[in-house]
Every structure is written in C-alpha cells, then in structure tokens.
Design a protein around this ligand. Structure first.
Ligand code: NDP
Ligand code: MG
Length: 383
C-alpha cells in the first residue's frame, strides 16, 4: 500500500485546490498536507489550516497576514512571511510532492522552483507549461498531469509512446458550441461563466467558452508527451465522459472515461503509480448516449492558434498565453467583447520573436516585454 506522502498545495483555495483537499479528506492515512498557499482568500485558507493542520501556510498578500494569524491561533501551523522563505520550504526534504494549482501565469515561478528542486509536481497549472515548455520538458519524468485530458493520456500510455499513431483530446465545446457565430457579439460575461459540465475557476471557465483552454492543452500535450503537433487532435464530446483517445499504429484505439469530476484525475496523480478512492463512483455507460463531432474552426479559431504557435516557436506559445490572459482579464472586467479575445490574440501573433527561451529568467523577462506590447495593442485598438 501507499506510504504516507507529504504534499504542498499551491493555490489550495481554488477549484483544483479544494478538490485535492477533498481527496485527501477521503484518504487521511495516505497524505500529510505540509504546506498550503493562497493569494487573498484568507477565510477559506484559515478554514483549511484549522482542518488539515499543515506545518506551514503562506498567503501572497502581506496585509492579510495578521488576519490569518488571528484566524489560526489555535493551531501550530507556522505562517511563512516571504516568498523567499516559501521557496526554502518547498525545496526542503519535508515536501515530496507539489500540487501546482495556482491560476494562470502566477504559477510559473513556484512550479519551476519545485521542478528544479526535484520535487514531484502534480501539474494542473497548464499555463506554466505553455510558457516554459522547453524548460519544463527536461523535468517531464517528475511531472504528473492533473488536467483531465492529459491525466487520461498519461493513464493510457504512462510514459511510453511506443506504437501510438496519434492522441485525441476531447473537448466539451463549452457553452457556445451550438450558438451561431452571428450571435457571438452578444455574449456577456455571465453567459461565458456558465460551463455546462465542469465547475472551475473564472479564468479557465472563460478559456473553455472561447476554446482557448483546448488551445493551451494542445501545447501542454506537445511538451508533456512529445508528439508532433499534427498527431494531437481535438474531438468535441459535449458530455465530457471520455477524456482522451489513443490511436495505435495497427488501427486499434483505447480511451479512458469517468464522470467529469476533477477528484478522479487528482486522486490518480496523488497516488501514482497506485490507485486510491477518489470519493467518486465509476461511470455507468448506460446512463446516457455519448456524442462526438469535429470542432468548428471558424467559430473557434483557438485550435488553429495552437498549431500556429507550435509551428513558430516557444516565443509564440508565450505570446499566445500572455495575450489570452490579458484579454480574458479585460473581458472579465467587461472592457472588451468576447470576439475581441480572439482578435487580440491574433494581433499579438505579429509580435517578433525574442531570444531563445532556454532558462526561466529569460522566459519571465520576455513575458514582461510581450505583456507591455500586448497592453499597448489593447489600449490603442480595443479600449
Ligand atoms: P481558481 O481560480 O479556482 O484557483 C486559483 C488558486 O490560485 C486560488 O487558490 C488562488 O488564491 C491562487 N492564486 C491565484 N493567483 C495567485 C497569485 N498571484 N499568487 C498566489 N496564489 C494565487 O483556479 P482553478 O482551480 O480552476 O485552476 C487552477 C489551475 O488549474 C489553472 O491553471 C487551470 O487552468 C488548471 N485547471 C483547472 C481545472 C478545473 O477543473 N478547475 C481543470 C484543469 C486544469 P485565492 O483563492 O486566494 O485567490
Ligand atoms: Mg482539461
């Protein structure tokens, strides 16, 4: 049986963070939560500390530390007061596995830090992989994907891609799969935040509505599994039961399925290479009909963006991620329309390549330069 594993959860108050803690709650004998982190949600973070009694807790907003102190005064949990101290603790032997569940580019620095310090990383934060693919690739042996499609591919082929002809990532198609393209101009923030199958954080919910989530996932799969871009396909599957399909050279295919609940891939990643209860039942295939269709690339240029970025360079993956993140932020603030998310990403593609991105400092620096340029484009043409 699994020995107890010491874990840190970066972004414990989010959707993935909470699902991870639910799996831990169901399997207290297998996991010790050593460190929890959040950005601003001091109430949920304190509640988690009071329940899971980690050795350490970190909140990325210094002004909230005194509030956190008050809320957890009954525990022996130490509050980490600086990012430098957090880095030391993440690198220490006290922690074996790090769940990377922060949202967007905020996850890049600490995910990289965990990897370079030889920690096993349970990777939900796909944006960091898109930004630093060439660097993270070197640590692939220590990454277990949590993203449901990639976790599914990982379950099906583990680390060997022998005899595979191509892989298929499924996509729900989001809330606007059936909406005519002529209606896209009327899409509001509230409409886009209603995902039909998954309950997730705001940024990834908008990414699902634009299908930029699948764009990021094609790039994530490229770096995780080493397939050529043309061997990574997307299939619309509105019920989100089958998470990936592997087609072998001999014409045989296998797939992995479960109900759409992140506790299942998270429990697999946490217990790998063993299995534990995720707290969810097996899926009953007789429950409903499963349907499939090709993606509509006219309505959703996002999928084409992924192949274009991969054909160009790692810089283009960085640009695409930054342009999407900034555009989504503007859309959530109701400053730009839904369609302009696509237009901003498309315009940003014309930015020139910078230096070769083979270390994290250059990647962060290039990301900052690109973001400044993308903001200029948005201010000039979209606000
Ligand atoms: P949420 O927005 O629900 O949660 C994000 C977490 O990160 C919160 O704990 C938040 O803290 C923390 N955080 C955000 N910004 C910062 C920051 N600057 N510094 C420190 N902590 C920060 O996101 P999700 O859980 O939905 O997604 C997390 C990641 O997992 C994303 O990359 C997403 O693409 C990926 N993913 C998510 C899936 C899902 O089903 N949700 C499925 C597959 C992948 P606070 O609460 O204090 O703001
Ligand atoms: Mg996914």
């Amino acid at each position: 049986m699994i020995l107890s594993k010491n874990i840190a959860i970066l972004g414990s108050t989010g959707s993935i963070g909470n699902s991870t803690l639910e799996v831990v709650r169901n399997n207290p004998m297998f996991f010790k939560v050593v460190c929890l982190t959040a950005n601003r949600n001091v109430n949920d973070l304190a509640r988690q500390v009071n329940e899971f009694k980690p050795n350490y807790v970190y909140i990325d907003s210094p002004e909230l530390i005194s509030d956190l102190k008050l809320k957890i005064h009954d525990t022996e949990t130490k509050i980490i007061e600086s990012k430098k101290d957090l880095c030391e603790i993440l690198a220490s032997p006290e922690i074996e596995s790090v769940v990377s569940a922060m949202s967007g580019s905020s996850g890049l620095f600490l995910t990289n830090h965990a990897l370079v310090n030889n920690k096993q990383v349970l990777l939900a934060n796909k944006e960091s992989m898109v930004m630093a693919g060439p660097i993270f690739k070197k640590f692939k042996h220590n990454i277990i994907p949590v993203d449901s499609e990639h976790n599914s591919v990982f379950q099906l082929i583990d680390r060997s891609v022998d005899f595979v002809s191509n892989i298929v990532l499924t996509a729900s198609g989001g809330p606007f799969r059936e909406l005519p393209i002529s209606e896209f101009k009327n899409i509001t923030k509230d409409m886009a935040l209603k995902h039909p199958n998954w309950s997730m954080g705001e940024k990834i919910t908008i990414d699902s509505a634009t299908m930029m989530n699948k764009c990021l996932e094609i790039i994530e799969a490229f770096y995780l599994f080493d397939f050529e871009p043309e061997d990574i396909d997307v299939l619309i599957h509105p019920e989100s039961i089958i998470h990936s399909i592997i087609n072998f050279l001999d014409g045989s295919s296998i797939c992995q399925f479960s109900e759409p609940n992140m506790q299942i891939p998270i429990s697999y990643a946490l217990a790998y290479p063993q299995r534990i209860s995720s707290g969810r039942p097996s899926y009953d295939l007789a429950a409903k009909s499963l349907t499939f269709q090709k993606p509509d690339l006219k309505k959703f240029p996002s999928i084409t963006f992924a192949y274009n970025a991969l054909k160009n360079s790692a810089n283009h993956c960085l640009i695409l991620n930054a342009a999407n993140e900034i555009a989504v932020d503007n859309f959530l603030q109701q400053k730009i329309s839904f369609n302009n998310i696509f237009n901003i990403i498309s315009d940003s593609f014309d930015l020139p390549d910078n230096e070769i991105l083979d270390n994290i400092d250059d990647t962060v620096h290039a990301d900052e330069l690109y973001r400044a340029k993308i903001n200029e484009i948005i201010n000039k043409y979209y606000l």
